[in-house]
Design a protein around this ligand. Sequence first.
Ligand code: T46
Length: 139
Amino acid sequence: MEIKTYRFPPHGDDRGQLVALEALEDIPFEIKRVYYIYDTLPDVVRGKHAHRCLEQILICVHGSCKVALEDGQTRQEICLDDPTLGLYISNDTWREMYDFSEGAVLLVLASEHYDEADYIREYTKFLEMVQGKREERHL
Ligand code: T46
């Protein structure tokens, strides 16, 4: 599994920094939803699910956190610790977010509206689904 990241150019001047993100330009999909995660305790693990269709970009706009991604075969970890760093997460990817620093704010840009039916929250179901798709591709 290849982790796909984006580096967003900051428009900096003597007043500070500004990052601008445009759908289908800087972000590879139409943005239908934005949410952010904050006040997360350091020992908490969030996520622990995959999505059937949803694509997302995660940006830790303040502080840092770690994200583990898994495709059913490999697991990789990335540290989001810079507001110019975006992590792309495709559908069919198990994700876990943890090690939130104090005051961390994780901003998420999502390709779809919220839909609980799009979530796969059971790890064994996730493995069955990705394994099934892999077998279909090799038929
Ligand atoms: C993901 C990771 C990175 C809503 O009502 N609307 C929303 O758009 C979202 C994202 C959540 N919620 C509700 C559903 C739950 O009652 O907020 C509550 C917490 O959601 P959840 O437990 O799914 O949060 P995380 O941090 O485990 O996962 C979230 C996203 O849900 C998920 O899509 O990929 O962040």
